[in-house]
Design a protein around this ligand. Structure first.
Ligand SMILES: CC(C)(COP(=O)(O)OP(=O)(O)OC[C@H]1O[C@@H](n2cnc3c(N)ncnc32)[C@H](O)[C@@H]1OP(=O)(O)O)[C@@H](O)C(=O)NCCC(=O)NCCS
Length: 194
């Protein structure tokens, strides 16, 4: 295999590829979603069994409102998950969600790379008009990478999420294709986002 993934890629980034999940990814997904250092950043709070993850996996691709892909390094290591959710085909809006479960890969640009190619798919293939996201106020890394990808803060839901023994604001973000296009051109031509 010479370090290359044997699994088919769907979207190609500079440092990562996005590919469909396969059944043998389920134990890794279960490890990530239960990891206290990861789930502190997510709205999910309950423990997840491998069986629940399998049920989730079995539903993938069963509707046209949710698209979830695995994030893999160019060496073929599975490091995370990224998706387009709640697609509204009339208004052409959707939300995105992301999770890099392998913590040593945080803050190394993989999330930004994955999000940019996912946004290319959302805007230039699916013809969506606006993509939204939401971040718990203490998740500075997620806010930062979302801003790098062009999202704008649209508002704060005050004291909306209960985590770590207190209420936190939820920061609502939104991004239009025309706002994102200049960043995409720069990303493609220079590899640099900023
Ligand atoms: C959020 C997530 C997908 C971002 O992916 P990533 O690969 O870590 O992000 P990137 O490296 O592309 O960008 C992160 C940016 O935040 C900065 N950053 C990292 N830690 C930070 C911190 N504690 N405070 C502020 N900024 C921080 C990085 O320096 C980088 O910005 P820079 O390039 O200007 O230096 C990933 O960290 C993750 O999955 N985290 C855990 C789960 C999660 O938070 N999911 C999102 C829920 S909304």
């Amino acid at each position: 295999m010479s370090g290359e993934s044997a699994k088919p890629s769907f979207l190609i980034g500079k440092s990562i590829n996005l590919r469909p999940f396969s059944r043998d990814d389920i134990p890794t997904l279960t490890r990530w979603i239960n990891d206290p250092e990861v789930r502190v950043f997510l709205t999910a709070t309950l423990p997840q069994t491998e069986q629940q993850e399998e049920e989730w996996f079995n539903k993938l691709g069963s509707d046209d409102k949710n698209i979830v892909l695995a994030i893999e390094t160019k060496e073929g290591k599975l490091i995370g998950s990224m998706g387009i959710h709640s697609i509204n085909w009339r208004d052409r809006t959707a939300t995105t969600g992301a999770l890099i479960g392998e913590k040593e890969y945080w803050g190394r640009g993989y999330g930004t790379d994955a999000k940019m190619v996912l946004l290319d798919y959302a805007f230039n293939t699916l013809n969506l008009h606006k993509i939204c996201s939401a971040v718990i106020a203490y998740n500075r890394r997620s806010l930062q990478y979302s801003l790098h990808c062009g999202y704008k803060v649209e508002g704060r839901r005050r004291k909306h999420i209960f985590k770590k023994g207190k209420y936190w604001d939820l920061i609502e973000l939104g991004l239009f294709r025309k706002e994102w296009l200049p960043l995409w051109r720069r990303y493609r031509s220079t590899c640099k986002m900023r």
